[in-house]
Design a protein around this ligand. Structure first.
Ligand code: AGP
Length: 618
């Protein structure tokens, strides 16, 4: 999730763009760049690092800051590691077109090959440089203006984008377009100036009048002219709907949510789509994961798979154990990285190690990777930060495209990690023949339904709030689950602990009779995942054992459940899905529950006490 911004008007563009990028850094911060046009020359500066690192470059030479039109970018890498060359803006081969882009072009490799065959060369590894040269090629072949060239080029693009494009030969306009990634256009007094950005935070201090492009729309923005909005599909003009913004700066950064954690909980449908985007064709049963494809023999001949991680990522790894063993019949072990690295584990070159980390910087996980590599194991990484230490240390990997996760309590990382683990499991099952083609197709089609099911599930917020209010003063809580949902019970307990400071423990539901049931009384809320898959009847028995000891039951059930409804104190229903994918749904109410209880207790949800977002020390 990158941040783009631009300006065209009568003021000096540079300070507006730089300050705008600082406002957008929360969207991604591994590299930054700015282009301004001084009337003669394109002045482009870009670098790996933060906006402050970019300023260190532009401050050297004032000529880099002159001009009343420009665009800027702060990057959250998806293609190409963070470095100077891969930073935006990108320039077309002729040097005339300049682009900034937020999103993922799925068919960039096909387009790149075609452009190479037409004599284009590329400096970077990015999909964005491909896009700006596609626009240039169309503009040249059609002999048309930038707006038309962008519109025609985008009809050949598959993926998600929010772009701003500048043409040196037409320096009084910017062209912006969006599909799947937001663009806001701030409108200055009497159309004298325009601001374009991923959200309104860069221009809210200048104007509250804004047009938000809809998906599939393009806008041509010219000094002292009415803004023109067109449909990308057919170039037809559509009305530009100007709205007066009511949000303040902080609310804009949080997407209108009160906290980053709540915003990130609600981003999960999009994060899961972005994570499987370009990696699966459900109807054809095709799964594309280069990191797995290129090392398939390692996976197929592995004696076992060892998953190493910490915290929430470790819980995702546990779900991965159930997925991989169920679908591929390969033995899987899940290890706390902090234990694995010190207990002198038995590791052989026939082992495949999967390291899971949102930040890609967790010290224990990094150390576990180095240990496994030193003993000859093949190490595969699942990270959310492109170019992070773990991403660079592993032999291969697959990124979760969740976008920056700012809240310390991990939410969208968990569900996107499970999404990647699901795709890996299905791909290996295909290769090993442990799942029939029809079964794989069914799983992929079911996975494709998950984002819309989460969207629907997020509407239960009021019910979760009511339940949160009842149990917010508990001093201890238990979370129970079986099978695929045992890890979700652990994850739910961790969420509550880390942001509300209430002690909570997760257990396999059947474990209660081996001790924990002694804890049960009327003061012990027990959150039980009792979906209709797996060992439903046994979970019902566990619930009855707790109820008979006056325990309070809050059950997560499958829509239409009647049995548990009769015995539980509260019931939260989730949509029907494959047992293997229930964690993607059952975790949602538990995330919301921990959020609301913490808020009711007045806790700092985004930055809980004693915690850091990335544990880069032992
Ligand atoms: C989860 O909510 C916590 N913030 C923490 O357990 C986290 O999952 C753990 O530190 C691992 O971080 P990583 O995924 O970045 O490696």
């Amino acid at each position: 999730m990158c941040g783009i911004t631009g300006y065209i008007g009568s003021r000096n563009a540079y300070p507006i763009i730089i300050n705008g990028l600082k406002r957008l850094e929360y969207r991604g911060y591994d590299s930054a760049g700015v282009m301004v046009f001084d009337g003669e020359q394109i002045q482009l500066s870009k670098t790996k690092g933060k906006v402050s690192d970019l300023e260190a470059i532009t401050n050297i030479d004032e000529s880099r800051k002159k001009g009343s039109i420009g665009i800027g970018h702060t990057r959250w890498a998806t293609h190409g590691v963070p470095n100077d060359v891969n930073s935006h803006p990108h320039v077309s081969q002729s040097g005339e077109l300049v682009i900034v882009h937020n999103g993922i072009i799925e068919n960039y490799d096909t387009i790149r090959k075609e452009l190479i065959s037409r004599g284009y060369t590329f400096q970077s590894d990015t999909d964005t440089e491909v896009l700006v040269n596609l626009i240039e090629e169309v503009k040249k072949n059609e002999n048309c203006k930038l707006g038309k060239a962008v519109q025609l080029a985008l009809t050949n693009v598959i993926g998600a984008y929010a772009i701003a494009v500048f043409d040196k030969t037409r320096p009084n306009e910017l062209v912006v377009a969006r599909l799947g990634s937001p663009i806001a256009i701030g409108i200055g007094k009497d159309n004298e100036e325009f601001f374009v950005a991923s959200d309104a935070s860069p221009f809210i201090e200048f104007t509250r009048d804004a047009v938000y492009l809809e998906d599939g729309e393009l806008a041509i923005v010219k000094r002292n002219k009415e803004i023109k909005v067109r449909k990308i599909s057919n170039d037809k003009e559509v009305d530009a709907v100007i709205q007066e913004l009511q949000l303040n700066l902080e609310q804009i950064e949080k997407g209108g949510y009160d906290h980053f954690m709540l915003k990130e909980i609600h981003e999960q449908p999009k994060a899961i789509i972005d994570t499987y985007r370009g990696r699966m064709l459900p109807n054809e049963g095709i799964i594309r994961m280069a990191g797995v494809d290129d090392h398939m023999s390692k996976f197929l001949h592995a004696d076992r798979i060892i998953i190493v991680a910490c915290g929430t990522s470790w819980h995702a790894g546990l779900v991965g154990e159930y997925l991989l063993e169920e679908m591929t019949r390969v033995p899987v072990e899940v290890e706390y990285a902090s234990e694995f690295r010190y207990r002198n584990p038995i590791i052989t070159p026939k082992d495949v190690v999967i390291a899971i980390s949102q930040s890609g910087e967790t010290a224990d996980t990094l150390a576990a990777i180095k240990l496994a590599k030193s003993k000859g194991a093949f190490v595969f990484g699942i990270c959310n930060v492109v170019g992070s230490s773990i991403a660079r240390e592993t032999h291969a990997g697959a990124y979760t495209h969740a976008g920056p996760e700012i809240g310390v309590a991990s939410t969208k990382a968990f569900t996107t990690q499970i999404t990647v683990l699901s795709l890996i499991s299905l791909k290996l099952a295909q290769a090993k023949g442990t799942l029939a083609k029809s079964a794989v197709n069914n799983y992929l089609q079911t996975l494709q339904l998950i984002p819309s099911q989460i969207e629907k599930l997020l509407e239960i917020d009021d019910l979760v709030k009511e339940i949160s209010y009842v149990y917010k003063d508990a001093t201890n809580c238990l979370y129970l689950g079986r099978g695929f949902n045992f890890p979700v019970a652990l994850e739910g307990a961790l969420k509550l602990k880390e942001i509300s400071y209430i002690h909570a423990e997760g257990y396999p539901a059947a474990e209660m009779k081996h001790g924990p049931i002694a804890l049960i009384d009327e003061n012990m809320p027990v959150f039980v995942i009792a979906t209709n898959k797996g060992h439903y009847e046994k979970v019902v028995s566990n619930i009855q054992e707790i109820k008979s000891r006056s325990g309070k039951i809050i059950a997560i059930v499958t829509e239409g459940d009647v049995t548990v409804k009769e015995i539980a104190d509260h019931v939260i229903e989730i949509p029907e899905t494959e047992e293997a994918f229930t964690p993607l749904l059952t975790t949602i109410p538990l995330q919301l529950l921990s959020y609301h209880i913490a808020i009711m207790l007045g806790k700092n949800v985004d930055q809980p006490r004693n915690l850091a977002k990335s544990v880069t020390v032992e």
